[in-house]
Design a protein around this ligand. Structure first.
Ligand code: TRP
Length: 456
């Protein structure tokens, strides 16, 4: 079983060593694990909340995509896409908005911080606050819930947003009486140390103490490392590695053995200038090949665009059926199915026909069944079961499922029905897509009828 891990990368600013060590590197390592199904995306709709400078938005998206790819993200293994390429995300945002308590959003840290600041300054509480900032947590919930993500790796500052996503998901599930959404969990990497910056405080853009990852090349990297603040011990005097930002940064890149050797060198009195050169060379050994890949990617933006399109295609293959299911569940349905869906599905009149299952033994000895509509049309053919009990158990589940809860994926001109993430039955191939889509409505109606009968 794979765990679906999803995270968003806000496309503002230029990545620094702290971002690399704290987010990019561990996310790429996780994406290589066989038990992880990773979804990484650029949160460019979120970026619009922070910036209204089109050039900056454009530049940042390109740089960040190139950085992740250069750092080793394999788009064949990971679903890597742009939020703004997935129209199902804003669509879901609205569905979620309509079940989200305004009071919940009032309590969001980012919004509250703006209000507090305004109050301090004697301004109107909402001065300068856009509805975008206010809605930030709902958009983020849609990012996560559209894909049924189980784990969401984030920094501590984002934990509240994940809790809100859970709240919103639960509220939706409750209102519409089904477990539509998996409840996501925040994944906080405990081992990943936060990297100190030039002044020893946490490396952060807001402290202006960052070391750039790729921007400015090797020269800029070296020059910035030379500005790391140290104590005034002279060459020859023993240095304390454990109170040194320089050593902590080194450790984030080096092996145990390399760190032990560097520790010894400091304790034996290596000069700070020389120590910084050692640090620079160690980081540059990791960064140089990345920088080379980065330059070649940045030179071919069309190739990056292509990778992101492919990612969006993969992502939408999951989000689109999910949204179709939700539309149906909340009542945004084709008019043709209105009467059958209104309130509870209507039971066939006494003596009237109802959908029915027919079990049979296949030529290879396995057990299968078909589902026929009330009119006798074949709706589904099950997969083969070795055991008739297993086939019976699936029929039993289908009887109580109901149309809205059925997970149905399109497979060119047919549909696949899934139960608990496993494909269990197929429709026949239809002549064209409209016929297939009509059959989808039909099938949902049949499932509703079965469920209504079961609950009688
Ligand atoms: N808000 C996140 C941050 O600033 C970025 C983000 C947007 C995100 N959507 C997400 C993270 C969904 C995880 C899941 O870091």
């Amino acid at each position: 079983m794979q765990t679906r891990v999803l995270t968003g990368i806000t496309t503002t600013g230029t990545p620094h060593l702290g971002n690399y060590v704290g987010a990019i590197r561990p996310a790429i390592a996780a994406s290589r694990r066989a038990d992880v199904d990773a979804f990484y995306f650029m949160a460019d709709y979120h970026a619009l909340i922070k910036s209204d400078d089109p050039a900056r938005i454009e530049r940042s998206r390109l740089e960040i995509a190139a950085t992740w790819l250069a750092a080793g993200l394999d788009p064949n293994k990971v679903t890597f896409y742009r939020q703004s390429d997935i129209p199902e995300i804003p669509e879901l945002t609205w569905f979620l908005t309509c079940v989200t308590a305004k009071g919940l959003l009032n309590r969001a840290h980012a919004y509250k911080a703006s209000v507090d600041k305004n109050n301090e300054l004697g301004e109107d509480a909402d001065a300068g606050v856009t509805a975008g900032l206010y809605m930030y947590p709902v958009l983020m919930a849609a990012d996560i819930l559209a894909f049924n993500a189980q784990q969401v790796p984030v920094g501590r500052d984002q934990i509240q947003h994940i809790e809100m996503a859970r709240d919103i998901a639960q509220r939706f599930n409750h209102i519409y009486h089904r477990e539509f959404f998996v409840l996501p969990e925040a994944l906080i990497e405990e081992q990943v140390a936060t990297l100190p910056g030039l002044d020893g405080r946490k490396m952060s853009k807001s402290y202006d103490n960052t070391i750039p990852l790729l921007a400015g090349g090797a020269k800029q990297l070296r020059e910035t490392i030379m500005r790391i603040v140290t104590d005034s011990r002279a060459p020859g005097e023993p240095k304390d590695p454990d109170s040194s930002a320089l050593f902590m940064i080194f450790r984030a890149f080096a092996s145990e053995a390399e760190s032990a050797a560097f520790r010894r060198a400091l304790e034996e009195g290596i000069g700070w200038g020389e120590a910084k050169q050692v640090l620079y060379e160690r980081i540059e050994a990791d960064v140089a090949p990345m920088r080379e890949r980065y330059e070649s990617l940045i030179a071919r933006p069309a190739a990056i665009e292509e990778i992101l399109h492919e990612g969006a295609r993969k992502a939408r293959a999951i989000a689109a059926p999910k949204i179709a299911e939700l539309r149906d569940a909340i009542g945004l349905r084709a008019m043709s199915s209105v009467s059958l869906h209104a309130g509870k599905a209507k039971l066939p009149s006494k003596g009237g026909k109802s959908p029915r299952f027919a079990s049979f033994r296949d030529s290879d000895g396995s057990f299968r069944f078909r589902l026929f509509s009330s009119d006798g049309d074949e709706l589904l053919l099950s997969k083969s079961f070795k055991d008739p009990k297993a086939a019976g158990a699936v029929q039993k589940k289908l009887k109580t499922l109901g149309g809205a809860a059925a997970t149905l994926h399109t497979l060119s001109l047919s549909l696949v029905l899934e139960l608990d993430g496993e494909p269990v039955a197929n429709t026949p191939d239809y002549v064209d897509e409209p016929a297939r889509d009509e059959a989808l409505e039909y099938l949902r109606e049949a499932l509703d009828l079965l469920a209504a009968q079961e609950s009688e």
